[in-house]
Design a protein around this ligand. Structure first.
Ligand SMILES: Nc1nc2c(ncn2[C@@H]2O[C@H](COP(=O)(O)OP(=O)(O)OP(=O)(O)O)[C@@H](O)[C@H]2O)c(=O)[nH]1
Length: 405
């Protein structure tokens, strides 16, 4: 029985399809720690076995605790409101002390966390004060991560995208970049030396998280329950690429451990659209993550964004250059964020490029040279940029499926 009115702590498990979320959940539920938990499992409907598995393997069935299964949709988007209604109903009964949530393999962790931390407008139930998000856990499949990484293939076995619009590697990157605890699971399938390299990559992608190696999900429950580690603002700012951007352009990454390095490329002149699109589609295999914005010649109104996660690369319109806004609106930006003024170019304003690259065993000098070659030459600066063919199209950050062409 929930004996008081303290908020019910919540631990959310994310991770790619087959990474070991259910196995981990069962380990937690069957551990010696007495846990009176309710469990919410979101299985997207692609494999309807999870709730059965949890019920079959855990003590929950015996103790008659509640397992809620939510299929045919993802709790990070379509089922956000439904999820809150369900946990609202559970909270009314108040016969459990801890809520465990297993999100689907392609769930984005941020909206799921937001739903618990801040509520959701379409739901009747307001979780604030009733639930308290305690720990965001991401389970990474060490074996498929390593295989993909080493061979330049996808970083997850999960080639299923039930909604047709989520690339599993992007979800994996979100899960790595937004969490408090990273469980590196299936360590039995990867040699120790390689585990160290994977850890070095994960630490670079996500410097804040506690990384724990597991086999068959055998985690100490104290590492994932009642940790008090979750902090929405810190979690949203903890991705390695963000830190890299914030630490400035001249920042040299700490001595590369296991060949993992990162750098920021910036430029005040625009890229040639075709040259940069070709390069983005053919970045070195070792680049596991790239993120930031860039200026593509001919797009003087629109800031373009780059988002590479594993082998998936998206690039396209992302926002508006402040320099293209009416003066009065610009002034409001300057007042709110004086630092914009500091990097303001007399002629081009805030237009420019700032891209973070994170990778392992790639030739940084060669890549910087390639990027520089994509920047317009002096002669090109005088050309009519609107005559350049534009490979990026109107859609926001579409997938660049150019790599294999
Ligand atoms: N060798 C090995 N196999 C594991 C480990 N952890 C889980 N497995 C196996 O991997 C498979 C997938 O594990 P699950 O726990 O179902 O993974 P999941 O993340 O819940 O998968 P979905 O819910 O389908 O996304 C199962 O066959 C597990 O027995 C591990 O550490 N080592």
């Amino acid at each position: 029985m929930q004996s008081n009115n303290n908020p019910i702590p919540v631990t959310i498990l994310s991770g790619s399809l087959g990474a070991g979320k259910t196995t981990t959940l069962n380990q937690i539920l069957s551990s010696e720690r007495e846990l009176n938990a309710a469990v919410l499992v979101n299985d997207m409907g692609e494999v309807n076995v999870d709730a059965d598995l949890v019920e079959r393997e855990s003590d929950l069935t015996q103790s008659d605790d509640e397992i809620i299964e939510m299929s045919n949709g993802c709790i990070c988007c379509r089922l956000r409101g439904d999820m809150l209604d369900e946990v609202g109903r559970l909270a009314d009964e108040r016969d459990f002390e801890y809520l465990l949530v297993e999100s689907s393999g392609i769930s984005e962790p941020i909206p799921v966390a937001q739903t618990f931390a801040r509520g959701f407008e379409d739901a009747e139930f307001d979780p604030t004060g009733v639930y308290e998000l305690d720990t965001m856990v991401s389970v990474v499949d060490a074996h498929s991560f390593w295989q993909g990484f080493d061979s330049g293939q996808a970083l997850t076995d999960d080639s299923i995208d039930p909604q047709g619009n989520r690339v599993p590697e992007e979800a994996l990157m979100d899960q790595i970049e937004f969490c408090d605890v990273l469980l590196l699971n299936k360590c039995d399938l990867v040699p120790d030396a390689e585990l160290e390299e994977i850890e070095a990559v994960l630490e670079t992608l996500q410097p804040r998280a506690k990384i724990i190696r597991t086999e068959h999900g055998a985690v100490d429950p104290d590492d994932v329950l009642d940790t008090g580690r979750f902090d929405f603002d810190r979690a949203s700012q903890s991705a390695g690429w963000m830190r890299e951007l914030q630490e400035g352009h001249d920042h040299e990454a700490a001595a590369a451990e296991h060949g993992v390095t990162s750098f920021v490329f910036d430029a005040g002149w625009p890229f040639h659209p075709e040259r940069i699109a070709d390069l983005f589609a053919d970045l070195p295999d070792g680049i596991i993550r790239a993120k930031g914005f860039f200026w593509s010649a001919g797009r003087e109104d629109i800031a373009m964004g780059l988002d590479k996660a594993g082998q998936s690369v998206r690039a396209g319109p992302k926002g508006t250059w402040i320099a293209s806004l009416p003066k009065a609106q610009q002034e409001r930006y300057f007042a709110a964020r004086p630092e914009i003024k500091e990097n303001w170019d007399e002629q081009w304003g805030d237009r420019g490029t700032e891209l973070v690259f994170i990778g392992r065993e790639f030739d940084q000098k060669a890549l910087v040279k390639q990027l520089e070659d994509c920047v317009l030459s002096e002669a090109e600066m005088d050309e009519n940029w609107n005559e350049y063919p534009d490979p990026f199209g109107p859609d926001e950050q579409r997938e660049l499926a150019l790599a294999d062409d």
